[in-house]
Write a protein that binds this ligand. Sequence first.
Ligand code: ADP
Ligand code: MG
Length: 381
Amino acid sequence: MIELKNLCKIFKTGNKSIVAAENISMRVKEGEICVLLGPSGCGKTTTLKMINKIIEPTSGEIFVNGKNVTNVDNIVLRRKIGYVIQQIGLFPNLTVKGNISIVPKMLHWDKERIDRRAEELMEMISLDKSYLSMYPKELSGGQQQRIGVARALAANPPVMLMDEPFGAIDPINREIIQDEFLRLQKKIKKTIIMVSHDITEAIKMADKIAIFKEGVLQQFDTPDNILAHPGNSFVENFVGKDRTLKRLNLYSVVDVMNKTPFIFNDNDNVCDAIKIMHENSLASVFIVDKDKKPVGRLVLKDVKNLKKNDGKCINYMIELKSMIKIEENLRNISSQMYLHSKSSFVCVDNDDKIVGEISQDGISNFLNATYKKEPKGYENV
Ligand SMILES: Nc1ncnc2c1ncn2[C@@H]1O[C@H](COP(=O)(O)OP(=O)(O)O)[C@@H](O)[C@H]1O
Ligand SMILES: [Mg+2]
């Protein structure tokens, strides 16, 4: 756990003083990722560097796992806090292994232990062991970035500070590395404070977002609350006019789908289905085969004039063209709804068996339900 209490930093240059951080108070729980977000020069790096005492606070206190760090020796503190510096900052004259062994060597680990850890780290960041003997300039930006993360993780610190860790990578590789990092974090569960100026990155990575303006913390809250209830006009402008669309990235189909849609078997009598559709005011129902795999949609307006008919659902249904996996995010699904002019899709599990239905109305109701929650506003402590 990391707690900042009334943290201030005033830089004095000549006869000018710059307030880079003003009364910052916040608490990051164990195992959470907190993203410090805001425009350039708002005090993100300064705040981050005060936590491992690269910058001495002018006033205020910092607690790491309940311990006030003011009196902890700087070297001891930094060994417990992994640090990924802005612009990666690998040492060009050291190999990959040299770079990731810096802290273990400072800790006087023996050679065997360092070798073992180096291989473990490479596996964690999905790079082959053969990279260990290469120099940073032989690696792509994305690979260098991974090494920067591995270096910070080397001595297995419980806390990681990361300054724009994915900033120097092209957008496509950035997404890949972000996904990889989130998968890794699920396993290693570090307490992480990460700097970013990119709202999309913050929404994707953060459990909590702290938005800064000119050294002042504007709002500290979950990504969903920041987007649904921006605390002031600065935050509202910063998150953008499309903030509801951005919220769609936070949820998967499984969070929103109707898990009990009306379904019929392909061999069921079509009149039974028509009756149920009338009784429940349904425009259509899904048809499944004997393995519960969706095969079609029976649309009421196509069949409502059928009378006393022995036909089976399979003879009247429209074949299904697309099915949705439950782990897809809502933004992708909404995009497909517009693309195909569809207001709902059938949802399937990994065996392609039906598990639900997702509709435009369902998504709207879900977003509105969370909008209606009492605004949390500023949650600085
Ligand atoms: N060592 C320093 N001396 C003087 N001013 C500084 C120093 N470091 C940062 N600043 C100023 O403090 C403010 C916050 O900087 P910084 O924390 O680096 O912002 P960010 O990381 O959000 O871009 C800026 O106005 C910057 O110019
Ligand atoms: Mg910075």
